[in-house]
Design a protein around this ligand. Structure first.
Ligand SMILES: Cc1cc2nc3c(=O)[nH]c(=O)nc-3n(C[C@H](O)[C@H](O)[C@H](O)COP(=O)(O)OP(=O)(O)OC[C@H]3O[C@@H](n4cnc5c(N)ncnc54)[C@H](O)[C@@H]3O)c2cc1C
Ligand code: SF4
Length: 511
Protein backbone atom coordinates (compact mmCIF):
# COMPACT_ATOMS: atom_id res chain seq x y z
CA UNK A 1 0.00 0.00 0.00
CA UNK A 2 1.19 3.52 -0.80
CA UNK A 3 0.63 6.26 1.73
CA UNK A 4 -0.06 9.67 0.22
CA UNK A 5 0.47 12.57 2.61
CA UNK A 6 -1.41 15.73 1.65
CA UNK A 7 -0.28 18.94 3.32
CA UNK A 8 -2.55 21.83 4.33
CA UNK A 9 -1.57 23.97 1.34
CA UNK A 10 -2.03 21.13 -1.15
CA UNK A 11 -5.82 21.13 -1.43
CA UNK A 12 -5.95 20.70 -5.20
CA UNK A 13 -7.86 17.87 -6.88
CA UNK A 14 -5.16 17.72 -9.58
CA UNK A 15 -2.30 17.44 -7.05
CA UNK A 16 0.66 15.46 -8.44
CA UNK A 17 0.70 13.02 -5.49
CA UNK A 18 -2.96 12.12 -6.18
CA UNK A 19 -2.60 11.56 -9.90
CA UNK A 20 -1.91 7.83 -10.05
CA UNK A 21 -3.14 6.88 -6.59
CA UNK A 22 -5.23 3.73 -6.42
CA UNK A 23 -8.42 4.53 -4.45
CA UNK A 24 -8.94 0.82 -3.63
CA UNK A 25 -5.52 -0.01 -2.22
CA UNK A 26 -3.70 3.20 -1.32
CA UNK A 27 -4.28 5.41 1.68
CA UNK A 28 -4.36 9.20 1.96
CA UNK A 29 -3.22 10.86 5.19
CA UNK A 30 -4.17 14.40 6.17
CA UNK A 31 -3.37 15.71 9.63
CA UNK A 32 -3.75 18.87 11.68
CA UNK A 33 -0.48 18.95 13.61
CA UNK A 34 0.82 21.22 16.31
CA UNK A 35 4.21 21.73 14.67
CA UNK A 36 2.61 23.28 11.56
CA UNK A 37 -0.03 25.31 13.42
CA UNK A 38 2.50 26.88 15.78
CA UNK A 39 5.91 27.15 14.06
CA UNK A 40 4.83 30.75 13.98
CA UNK A 41 1.77 31.72 16.01
CA UNK A 42 -0.48 32.12 12.98
CA UNK A 43 -3.50 34.42 13.03
CA UNK A 44 -6.53 32.59 14.44
CA UNK A 45 -8.42 33.09 11.18
CA UNK A 46 -5.64 31.43 9.21
CA UNK A 47 -5.70 28.31 11.36
CA UNK A 48 -9.51 28.13 11.14
CA UNK A 49 -9.36 28.64 7.38
CA UNK A 50 -6.70 26.00 6.70
CA UNK A 51 -8.20 23.37 9.04
CA UNK A 52 -11.71 23.89 7.68
CA UNK A 53 -10.51 23.78 4.05
CA UNK A 54 -8.52 20.61 4.85
CA UNK A 55 -11.56 18.92 6.40
CA UNK A 56 -13.74 19.85 3.42
CA UNK A 57 -11.11 18.60 0.98
CA UNK A 58 -10.78 15.30 2.87
CA UNK A 59 -14.58 14.87 2.69
CA UNK A 60 -14.51 15.51 -1.06
CA UNK A 61 -11.77 12.90 -1.53
CA UNK A 62 -13.80 10.39 0.51
CA UNK A 63 -16.80 11.14 -1.71
CA UNK A 64 -14.60 10.19 -4.66
CA UNK A 65 -14.04 6.80 -2.98
CA UNK A 66 -10.50 7.55 -1.82
CA UNK A 67 -9.46 5.96 1.44
CA UNK A 68 -8.68 8.96 3.68
CA UNK A 69 -7.25 8.86 7.18
CA UNK A 70 -7.84 12.30 8.74
CA UNK A 71 -6.27 13.23 12.08
CA UNK A 72 -7.93 16.12 13.89
CA UNK A 73 -5.91 18.52 16.03
CA UNK A 74 -7.55 17.40 19.27
CA UNK A 75 -7.33 13.67 18.57
CA UNK A 76 -5.72 12.33 21.80
CA UNK A 77 -3.38 10.14 19.73
CA UNK A 78 -2.17 12.99 17.55
CA UNK A 79 1.63 13.13 17.94
CA UNK A 80 1.75 16.80 16.88
CA UNK A 81 4.21 16.38 13.99
CA UNK A 82 3.95 15.30 10.35
CA UNK A 83 6.63 12.64 10.72
CA UNK A 84 5.00 11.36 13.92
CA UNK A 85 1.67 10.92 12.12
CA UNK A 86 3.22 9.24 9.08
CA UNK A 87 5.17 6.90 11.39
CA UNK A 88 1.97 6.04 13.27
CA UNK A 89 0.24 4.93 10.03
CA UNK A 90 3.33 3.09 8.83
CA UNK A 91 3.48 1.13 12.10
CA UNK A 92 -0.16 0.02 11.72
CA UNK A 93 -0.28 -0.74 7.97
CA UNK A 94 1.71 -2.55 5.32
CA UNK A 95 2.98 0.68 3.76
CA UNK A 96 5.48 0.15 0.94
CA UNK A 97 6.06 3.76 -0.09
CA UNK A 98 5.25 7.26 1.12
CA UNK A 99 4.26 9.72 -1.62
CA UNK A 100 4.07 13.47 -1.16
CA UNK A 101 3.98 16.50 -3.43
CA UNK A 102 6.99 18.75 -2.82
CA UNK A 103 6.28 21.20 0.03
CA UNK A 104 6.19 24.94 -0.61
CA UNK A 105 8.60 25.83 2.17
CA UNK A 106 12.31 25.18 2.46
CA UNK A 107 12.14 24.08 6.11
CA UNK A 108 9.75 21.23 5.16
CA UNK A 109 11.82 20.25 2.15
CA UNK A 110 14.79 19.73 4.49
CA UNK A 111 12.62 17.84 6.96
CA UNK A 112 11.21 15.53 4.28
CA UNK A 113 14.67 14.76 2.94
CA UNK A 114 15.40 12.87 6.17
CA UNK A 115 12.20 10.82 6.26
CA UNK A 116 13.31 7.89 4.16
CA UNK A 117 16.09 7.11 6.65
CA UNK A 118 13.82 7.71 9.65
CA UNK A 119 11.06 5.48 8.34
CA UNK A 120 13.23 2.97 6.53
CA UNK A 121 10.92 3.33 3.53
CA UNK A 122 10.96 4.85 0.07
CA UNK A 123 9.69 8.42 0.25
CA UNK A 124 8.80 9.77 -3.19
CA UNK A 125 8.58 13.52 -3.51
CA UNK A 126 6.67 14.58 -6.61
CA UNK A 127 7.08 17.96 -8.30
CA UNK A 128 4.49 20.56 -7.43
CA UNK A 129 3.06 21.36 -10.86
CA UNK A 130 0.55 23.93 -9.62
CA UNK A 131 2.88 26.81 -10.45
CA UNK A 132 3.38 28.27 -13.90
CA UNK A 133 7.18 28.32 -13.77
CA UNK A 134 9.22 25.55 -12.17
CA UNK A 135 12.19 26.32 -9.94
CA UNK A 136 14.46 24.85 -12.65
CA UNK A 137 12.96 26.98 -15.39
CA UNK A 138 13.38 30.05 -13.22
CA UNK A 139 17.00 29.18 -12.46
CA UNK A 140 17.66 28.82 -16.20
CA UNK A 141 16.04 32.19 -16.88
CA UNK A 142 18.05 33.79 -14.07
CA UNK A 143 21.39 32.30 -15.07
CA UNK A 144 23.88 34.83 -16.37
CA UNK A 145 21.60 37.82 -15.82
CA UNK A 146 23.18 40.70 -13.93
CA UNK A 147 19.84 41.78 -12.53
CA UNK A 148 16.64 39.81 -12.08
CA UNK A 149 13.75 42.06 -12.97
CA UNK A 150 10.15 40.95 -12.77
CA UNK A 151 9.11 42.88 -15.88
CA UNK A 152 11.32 40.80 -18.23
CA UNK A 153 10.37 37.54 -16.56
CA UNK A 154 6.69 38.51 -16.90
CA UNK A 155 7.01 39.14 -20.64
CA UNK A 156 8.40 35.65 -21.10
CA UNK A 157 5.53 34.20 -19.08
CA UNK A 158 3.03 36.10 -21.24
CA UNK A 159 4.61 34.58 -24.32
CA UNK A 160 4.88 31.10 -22.80
CA UNK A 161 1.17 30.97 -21.88
CA UNK A 162 0.04 33.15 -24.78
CA UNK A 163 -1.75 35.53 -22.44
CA UNK A 164 -2.97 38.91 -23.74
CA UNK A 165 -0.91 38.40 -26.88
CA UNK A 166 -1.54 39.71 -30.37
CA UNK A 167 0.64 37.46 -32.53
CA UNK A 168 4.19 38.08 -31.21
CA UNK A 169 3.43 41.29 -29.34
CA UNK A 170 1.32 42.34 -26.38
CA UNK A 171 -2.33 43.24 -26.92
CA UNK A 172 -2.69 47.03 -26.88
CA UNK A 173 0.93 47.51 -27.96
CA UNK A 174 2.33 47.66 -24.42
CA UNK A 175 3.31 45.00 -21.90
CA UNK A 176 2.42 47.11 -18.90
CA UNK A 177 -0.36 49.65 -18.37
CA UNK A 178 0.67 50.94 -14.97
CA UNK A 179 0.82 54.50 -16.28
CA UNK A 180 -3.00 54.36 -16.46
CA UNK A 181 -3.30 52.69 -13.06
CA UNK A 182 -2.77 53.75 -9.48
CA UNK A 183 -5.11 56.66 -9.17
CA UNK A 184 -5.67 58.26 -5.76
CA UNK A 185 -9.02 57.36 -4.23
CA UNK A 186 -11.85 59.66 -5.11
CA UNK A 187 -14.61 60.41 -2.64
CA UNK A 188 -17.94 58.66 -3.02
CA UNK A 189 -16.52 55.37 -4.37
CA UNK A 190 -19.02 52.57 -3.80
CA UNK A 191 -16.60 49.71 -3.08
CA UNK A 192 -18.27 46.28 -3.38
CA UNK A 193 -18.05 44.03 -0.32
CA UNK A 194 -15.73 41.04 -0.25
CA UNK A 195 -17.01 37.49 -0.75
CA UNK A 196 -18.71 36.15 2.38
CA UNK A 197 -19.33 32.41 2.75
CA UNK A 198 -21.77 31.01 5.31
CA UNK A 199 -20.08 28.88 7.98
CA UNK A 200 -21.29 25.27 7.94
CA UNK A 201 -20.98 22.68 10.74
CA UNK A 202 -17.42 21.76 9.79
CA UNK A 203 -16.27 25.38 9.96
CA UNK A 204 -18.10 25.95 13.23
CA UNK A 205 -16.46 22.90 14.81
CA UNK A 206 -13.06 24.16 13.67
CA UNK A 207 -13.74 27.64 15.04
CA UNK A 208 -14.57 26.19 18.46
CA UNK A 209 -11.32 24.22 18.28
CA UNK A 210 -9.31 27.33 17.43
CA UNK A 211 -10.90 29.26 20.29
CA UNK A 212 -10.07 26.46 22.71
CA UNK A 213 -6.51 25.67 21.57
CA UNK A 214 -5.10 28.92 20.22
CA UNK A 215 -6.45 31.65 22.54
CA UNK A 216 -3.10 33.47 22.70
CA UNK A 217 -2.65 33.68 18.93
CA UNK A 218 -2.93 37.05 17.19
CA UNK A 219 -6.13 38.26 15.55
CA UNK A 220 -9.89 38.12 15.60
CA UNK A 221 -11.56 34.81 14.81
CA UNK A 222 -14.98 36.36 14.22
CA UNK A 223 -16.50 37.18 11.82
CA UNK A 224 -15.27 34.33 9.62
CA UNK A 225 -16.33 34.37 5.98
CA UNK A 226 -13.53 32.85 3.90
CA UNK A 227 -14.33 30.28 1.24
CA UNK A 228 -13.33 26.82 2.46
CA UNK A 229 -14.10 24.68 -0.61
CA UNK A 230 -13.01 24.91 -4.22
CA UNK A 231 -16.58 25.63 -5.26
CA UNK A 232 -16.80 28.59 -2.88
CA UNK A 233 -13.35 29.82 -3.91
CA UNK A 234 -14.49 29.78 -7.55
CA UNK A 235 -17.52 31.85 -6.50
CA UNK A 236 -15.20 34.32 -4.77
CA UNK A 237 -13.11 34.54 -7.96
CA UNK A 238 -16.21 35.09 -10.11
CA UNK A 239 -17.45 37.81 -7.78
CA UNK A 240 -14.13 39.58 -8.17
CA UNK A 241 -14.21 39.28 -11.95
CA UNK A 242 -17.75 40.62 -12.23
CA UNK A 243 -17.76 43.23 -9.46
CA UNK A 244 -14.27 44.56 -8.84
CA UNK A 245 -11.90 43.73 -11.71
CA UNK A 246 -12.92 46.69 -13.86
CA UNK A 247 -11.59 49.15 -11.27
CA UNK A 248 -8.72 46.94 -10.02
CA UNK A 249 -6.10 48.86 -12.00
CA UNK A 250 -7.43 52.34 -11.32
CA UNK A 251 -7.48 51.89 -7.54
CA UNK A 252 -4.77 49.26 -7.09
CA UNK A 253 -2.72 51.58 -4.87
CA UNK A 254 -5.57 53.52 -3.26
CA UNK A 255 -6.37 53.28 0.45
CA UNK A 256 -9.56 54.47 2.09
CA UNK A 257 -10.31 54.68 5.80
CA UNK A 258 -12.42 51.67 6.88
CA UNK A 259 -12.37 50.08 3.39
CA UNK A 260 -10.02 47.12 3.91
CA UNK A 261 -10.90 45.21 0.74
CA UNK A 262 -10.95 47.91 -1.98
CA UNK A 263 -10.95 46.55 -5.57
CA UNK A 264 -8.49 43.72 -4.89
CA UNK A 265 -9.38 40.10 -5.56
CA UNK A 266 -8.93 38.53 -2.08
CA UNK A 267 -7.97 35.22 -3.66
CA UNK A 268 -4.42 34.88 -2.36
CA UNK A 269 -5.68 32.66 0.48
CA UNK A 270 -7.27 30.28 -2.02
CA UNK A 271 -4.43 30.25 -4.53
CA UNK A 272 -1.82 29.55 -1.89
CA UNK A 273 -3.57 26.55 -0.35
CA UNK A 274 -4.54 25.08 -3.71
CA UNK A 275 -8.28 25.75 -3.84
CA UNK A 276 -7.71 27.85 -6.97
CA UNK A 277 -5.06 27.40 -9.60
CA UNK A 278 -3.25 30.42 -11.03
CA UNK A 279 -3.95 29.75 -14.71
CA UNK A 280 -7.72 29.63 -14.23
CA UNK A 281 -7.57 33.04 -12.49
CA UNK A 282 -5.52 34.47 -15.36
CA UNK A 283 -7.85 32.94 -17.96
CA UNK A 284 -11.03 34.24 -16.34
CA UNK A 285 -9.60 37.75 -16.19
CA UNK A 286 -8.47 37.50 -19.82
CA UNK A 287 -11.95 36.31 -20.84
CA UNK A 288 -13.48 39.37 -19.11
CA UNK A 289 -11.28 41.60 -21.29
CA UNK A 290 -12.31 39.79 -24.48
CA UNK A 291 -15.98 40.00 -23.46
CA UNK A 292 -15.55 43.73 -22.91
CA UNK A 293 -16.54 43.65 -19.24
CA UNK A 294 -13.16 44.85 -17.91
CA UNK A 295 -10.63 47.25 -19.49
CA UNK A 296 -7.12 46.28 -20.52
CA UNK A 297 -5.34 48.34 -17.83
CA UNK A 298 -7.23 46.44 -15.11
CA UNK A 299 -6.92 42.99 -16.66
CA UNK A 300 -3.24 43.36 -17.53
CA UNK A 301 -2.51 44.74 -14.06
CA UNK A 302 -4.25 41.82 -12.36
CA UNK A 303 -2.70 39.19 -14.62
CA UNK A 304 0.76 40.68 -14.00
CA UNK A 305 0.32 40.06 -10.26
CA UNK A 306 -0.31 36.36 -10.79
CA UNK A 307 1.64 35.43 -13.91
CA UNK A 308 4.42 37.87 -13.06
CA UNK A 309 4.90 38.73 -9.40
CA UNK A 310 3.63 35.51 -7.80
CA UNK A 311 5.81 33.29 -9.97
CA UNK A 312 8.76 35.67 -9.80
CA UNK A 313 8.90 35.80 -6.00
CA UNK A 314 8.60 32.01 -5.80
CA UNK A 315 11.46 31.69 -8.29
CA UNK A 316 13.61 34.04 -6.19
CA UNK A 317 12.77 32.07 -3.05
CA UNK A 318 13.97 28.73 -4.38
CA UNK A 319 16.92 30.30 -6.16
CA UNK A 320 18.21 32.11 -3.08
CA UNK A 321 17.32 29.90 -0.13
CA UNK A 322 18.61 29.20 2.46
CA UNK A 323 20.89 32.28 2.55
CA UNK A 324 17.98 34.58 1.71
CA UNK A 325 16.43 34.01 5.13
CA UNK A 326 19.33 35.60 6.98
CA UNK A 327 19.92 38.49 4.56
CA UNK A 328 20.26 41.89 6.26
CA UNK A 329 22.03 44.15 3.76
CA UNK A 330 21.15 47.34 5.65
CA UNK A 331 22.11 45.80 9.01
CA UNK A 332 18.77 46.84 10.48
CA UNK A 333 18.29 45.76 14.07
CA UNK A 334 15.56 47.74 15.80
CA UNK A 335 13.02 45.43 17.49
CA UNK A 336 9.47 45.42 16.11
CA UNK A 337 7.51 48.06 18.06
CA UNK A 338 4.65 46.75 20.15
CA UNK A 339 2.07 48.70 18.15
CA UNK A 340 2.45 46.18 15.27
CA UNK A 341 0.51 43.87 17.62
CA UNK A 342 -1.79 46.30 19.38
CA UNK A 343 -2.44 49.00 16.75
CA UNK A 344 -2.00 51.44 19.65
CA UNK A 345 -0.33 54.29 17.80
CA UNK A 346 -1.17 57.86 16.91
CA UNK A 347 -0.12 57.28 13.29
CA UNK A 348 -3.53 56.74 11.75
CA UNK A 349 -2.24 54.94 8.64
CA UNK A 350 -0.45 52.35 10.81
CA UNK A 351 -3.40 52.09 13.19
CA UNK A 352 -5.80 51.45 10.28
CA UNK A 353 -3.66 48.86 8.52
CA UNK A 354 -2.81 46.97 11.73
CA UNK A 355 -6.41 47.03 12.98
CA UNK A 356 -7.65 45.68 9.63
CA UNK A 357 -4.92 43.03 9.62
CA UNK A 358 -6.03 41.95 13.08
CA UNK A 359 -9.69 41.84 12.07
CA UNK A 360 -9.34 40.20 8.66
CA UNK A 361 -5.97 38.40 8.47
CA UNK A 362 -5.75 40.48 5.31
CA UNK A 363 -4.38 43.81 4.16
CA UNK A 364 -4.09 44.70 0.52
CA UNK A 365 -0.78 45.02 -1.24
CA UNK A 366 -0.24 48.73 -0.89
CA UNK A 367 -1.07 48.68 2.83
CA UNK A 368 1.51 45.88 3.29
CA UNK A 369 4.08 47.66 1.11
CA UNK A 370 3.74 51.41 1.46
CA UNK A 371 2.42 51.77 5.01
CA UNK A 372 3.43 48.79 7.19
CA UNK A 373 6.46 47.87 5.09
CA UNK A 374 7.59 51.42 4.42
CA UNK A 375 7.61 52.13 8.15
CA UNK A 376 9.57 48.92 8.86
CA UNK A 377 12.14 49.97 6.24
CA UNK A 378 12.67 53.59 7.23
CA UNK A 379 12.60 52.81 10.97
CA UNK A 380 15.30 50.14 10.42
CA UNK A 381 13.37 47.20 11.91
CA UNK A 382 15.09 43.85 12.26
CA UNK A 383 14.29 41.65 9.20
CA UNK A 384 13.81 38.51 11.35
CA UNK A 385 11.17 40.22 13.46
CA UNK A 386 9.45 41.77 10.46
CA UNK A 387 9.40 38.46 8.59
CA UNK A 388 7.97 36.72 11.63
CA UNK A 389 5.19 39.32 11.83
CA UNK A 390 4.19 39.08 8.17
CA UNK A 391 4.27 35.28 8.21
CA UNK A 392 2.08 35.23 11.26
CA UNK A 393 -0.59 37.84 10.57
CA UNK A 394 -1.88 37.08 7.06
CA UNK A 395 -4.07 34.16 6.05
CA UNK A 396 -2.30 33.93 2.67
CA UNK A 397 1.19 33.83 4.21
CA UNK A 398 3.59 31.00 3.40
CA UNK A 399 7.31 31.51 3.53
CA UNK A 400 7.91 31.07 -0.23
CA UNK A 401 5.84 34.18 -0.96
CA UNK A 402 6.14 36.12 2.31
CA UNK A 403 9.95 36.08 2.61
CA UNK A 404 10.86 37.60 -0.80
CA UNK A 405 8.18 40.24 -0.36
CA UNK A 406 9.50 41.22 3.06
CA UNK A 407 13.24 40.68 2.77
CA UNK A 408 13.42 41.73 -0.88
CA UNK A 409 10.57 44.07 -1.60
CA UNK A 410 10.02 46.06 1.59
CA UNK A 411 13.27 45.86 3.54
CA UNK A 412 15.82 45.82 0.70
CA UNK A 413 17.58 43.35 2.99
CA UNK A 414 18.75 41.33 -0.04
CA UNK A 415 20.69 44.35 -1.34
CA UNK A 416 18.55 44.67 -4.47
CA UNK A 417 18.20 41.12 -5.76
CA UNK A 418 14.43 41.52 -6.05
CA UNK A 419 13.79 45.27 -6.22
CA UNK A 420 15.99 47.81 -7.97
CA UNK A 421 15.62 50.35 -5.16
CA UNK A 422 14.10 50.53 -1.68
CA UNK A 423 10.37 51.34 -1.60
CA UNK A 424 10.92 54.18 0.89
CA UNK A 425 8.48 57.07 0.92
CA UNK A 426 7.57 60.06 3.06
CA UNK A 427 4.09 60.94 4.35
CA UNK A 428 3.35 62.73 1.06
CA UNK A 429 2.87 59.39 -0.70
CA UNK A 430 0.42 58.09 1.91
CA UNK A 431 -1.39 61.43 1.91
CA UNK A 432 -1.75 61.28 -1.88
CA UNK A 433 -2.91 57.67 -2.08
CA UNK A 434 -5.23 57.56 0.94
CA UNK A 435 -7.54 59.62 3.10
CA UNK A 436 -5.83 58.36 6.27
CA UNK A 437 -4.01 61.60 7.06
CA UNK A 438 -7.24 63.53 7.61
CA UNK A 439 -7.89 61.52 10.80
CA UNK A 440 -4.31 61.52 12.06
CA UNK A 441 -2.72 63.18 15.08
CA UNK A 442 0.22 64.11 12.85
CA UNK A 443 0.27 66.39 9.83
CA UNK A 444 1.59 65.07 6.52
CA UNK A 445 2.63 68.53 5.33
CA UNK A 446 4.66 69.33 8.47
CA UNK A 447 8.24 68.15 8.09
CA UNK A 448 9.70 68.60 11.57
CA UNK A 449 8.64 69.03 15.16
CA UNK A 450 6.15 67.18 17.36
CA UNK A 451 3.21 67.54 14.95
CA UNK A 452 5.21 66.44 11.89
CA UNK A 453 4.33 63.14 10.21
CA UNK A 454 7.01 60.67 11.42
CA UNK A 455 7.35 59.26 7.89
CA UNK A 456 8.69 62.67 6.79
CA UNK A 457 11.76 62.90 9.01
CA UNK A 458 12.32 59.11 9.23
CA UNK A 459 12.54 59.00 5.44
CA UNK A 460 15.50 61.40 5.35
CA UNK A 461 17.04 59.86 8.44
CA UNK A 462 16.87 56.47 6.67
CA UNK A 463 18.73 57.87 3.66
CA UNK A 464 21.35 59.44 5.92
CA UNK A 465 21.72 56.29 8.03
CA UNK A 466 22.26 54.14 4.93
CA UNK A 467 24.31 56.60 2.90
CA UNK A 468 27.23 54.19 2.50
CA UNK A 469 25.00 51.45 1.13
CA UNK A 470 22.47 53.32 -0.98
CA UNK A 471 24.12 56.40 -2.43
CA UNK A 472 25.67 54.41 -5.26
CA UNK A 473 22.26 53.10 -6.39
CA UNK A 474 21.53 54.91 -9.68
CA UNK A 475 17.82 55.13 -8.84
CA UNK A 476 18.56 56.93 -5.56
CA UNK A 477 20.73 59.70 -7.03
CA UNK A 478 17.99 62.32 -7.09
CA UNK A 479 17.08 61.69 -3.43
CA UNK A 480 20.69 61.99 -2.28
CA UNK A 481 21.07 65.22 -4.25
CA UNK A 482 18.08 66.63 -2.38
CA UNK A 483 19.54 65.45 0.92
CA UNK A 484 22.89 67.05 0.04
CA UNK A 485 21.18 70.38 -0.58
CA UNK A 486 19.72 70.51 2.95
CA UNK A 487 21.39 72.96 5.31
CA UNK A 488 22.84 71.95 8.68
CA UNK A 489 19.85 73.26 10.60
CA UNK A 490 17.42 71.14 8.59
CA UNK A 491 19.63 68.06 8.95
CA UNK A 492 19.85 68.62 12.68
CA UNK A 493 16.05 68.91 12.95
CA UNK A 494 15.67 65.58 11.11
CA UNK A 495 18.20 63.96 13.38
CA UNK A 496 16.60 65.36 16.56
CA UNK A 497 13.07 64.33 15.54
CA UNK A 498 14.21 60.84 14.59
CA UNK A 499 16.17 60.40 17.83
CA UNK A 500 13.19 61.56 19.86
CA UNK A 501 10.86 59.22 17.96
CA UNK A 502 13.14 56.18 18.35
CA UNK A 503 13.68 56.95 22.03
CA UNK A 504 9.92 56.98 22.55
CA UNK A 505 9.47 53.64 20.71
CA UNK A 506 12.30 52.06 22.65
CA UNK A 507 10.68 53.20 25.91
CA UNK A 508 7.32 51.75 24.78
CA UNK A 509 5.74 55.19 24.75
CA UNK A 510 2.82 55.79 22.45
CA UNK A 511 3.98 57.40 19.19
C1 LIG B 1 5.44 42.90 2.75
C2 LIG B 1 4.55 42.05 1.92
C3 LIG B 1 4.21 40.80 2.34
C4 LIG B 1 3.42 39.97 1.54
N1 LIG B 1 3.12 38.73 1.98
C5 LIG B 1 2.38 37.90 1.19
C6 LIG B 1 2.06 36.60 1.61
O1 LIG B 1 2.43 36.17 2.70
N2 LIG B 1 1.31 35.82 0.79
C7 LIG B 1 0.88 36.28 -0.41
O2 LIG B 1 0.20 35.54 -1.14
N3 LIG B 1 1.19 37.50 -0.85
C8 LIG B 1 1.91 38.33 -0.08
N4 LIG B 1 2.20 39.59 -0.52
C9 LIG B 1 1.81 40.00 -1.87
C10 LIG B 1 0.44 40.69 -1.94
O3 LIG B 1 0.40 41.79 -1.06
C11 LIG B 1 -0.70 39.72 -1.63
O4 LIG B 1 -0.59 38.60 -2.49
C12 LIG B 1 -2.03 40.36 -1.88
O5 LIG B 1 -2.18 41.50 -1.08
C13 LIG B 1 -3.14 39.36 -1.58
O6 LIG B 1 -4.38 39.97 -1.71
P1 LIG B 1 -5.30 39.75 -2.97
O7 LIG B 1 -5.54 38.30 -3.16
O8 LIG B 1 -6.48 40.64 -2.79
O9 LIG B 1 -4.37 40.25 -4.15
P2 LIG B 1 -4.57 41.13 -5.45
O10 LIG B 1 -4.03 42.47 -5.21
O11 LIG B 1 -5.94 41.04 -5.94
O12 LIG B 1 -3.58 40.39 -6.47
C14 LIG B 1 -3.94 39.16 -7.09
C15 LIG B 1 -2.99 38.07 -6.74
O13 LIG B 1 -1.71 38.35 -7.27
C16 LIG B 1 -0.72 37.75 -6.47
N5 LIG B 1 0.23 38.76 -6.03
C17 LIG B 1 0.07 40.10 -6.07
N6 LIG B 1 1.19 40.71 -5.64
C18 LIG B 1 2.05 39.75 -5.31
C19 LIG B 1 3.36 39.76 -4.78
N7 LIG B 1 4.03 40.89 -4.51
N8 LIG B 1 3.93 38.58 -4.53
C20 LIG B 1 3.29 37.42 -4.79
N9 LIG B 1 2.06 37.36 -5.28
C21 LIG B 1 1.45 38.51 -5.55
C22 LIG B 1 -1.42 37.12 -5.28
O14 LIG B 1 -1.56 35.75 -5.50
C23 LIG B 1 -2.75 37.81 -5.27
O15 LIG B 1 -3.76 37.03 -4.69
C24 LIG B 1 2.98 40.44 0.28
C25 LIG B 1 3.32 41.73 -0.13
C26 LIG B 1 4.10 42.52 0.68
C27 LIG B 1 4.48 43.89 0.20
S1 SF4 C 1 0.14 62.05 8.71
FE1 SF4 C 1 1.75 60.56 8.50
S2 SF4 C 1 1.44 59.12 10.18
FE2 SF4 C 1 -0.47 60.28 9.92
S3 SF4 C 1 -1.71 59.04 8.53
FE3 SF4 C 1 -0.61 60.51 7.29
S4 SF4 C 1 1.24 59.41 6.66
FE4 SF4 C 1 0.37 58.27 8.39
Amino acid sequence: MRLCLILGDQLSPTLSSLVDLDPQNDLILMCEVRSEATYVKHHKKKIAFVFSAMRHFAAELSDKEFNVHYVKYDDPNNTGSLLGEVARIVAQNAVTEVVVTAPGEYRLQIELAGWSAELNLTVTIKDDDRFLCTADEFAKWAKGRKQLRMEYFYREMRRKYSVLMDHDGPIGGQWNFDAENRKPPKSGLDVPDTYRAQSDDITQEVMALVEAHFPDHFGDLFPFHFAVTREQALDALDQFITKRLKLFGDYQDAMIQDEPWMYHSHIGFYLNCGLLNPLECVERAQAAYHKGTAPLNAVEGFIRQILGWREFVRGIYWLKMPDYKSANFLEAKRPLPDFYWTADTQMNCMRQCITETKQNAYAHHIQRLMVLGNFALIAGLDPDEVNNWYLLVYADAYEWVELPNVTGMILFADGGQLASKPYAASGAYINKMSNYCGSCNYKPTVKNGPTACPFNYLYWDFLGRNDGKLRGNPRMGFMYKTLDRMDDEKRQAIQDDSNRFFKAIDADEKV
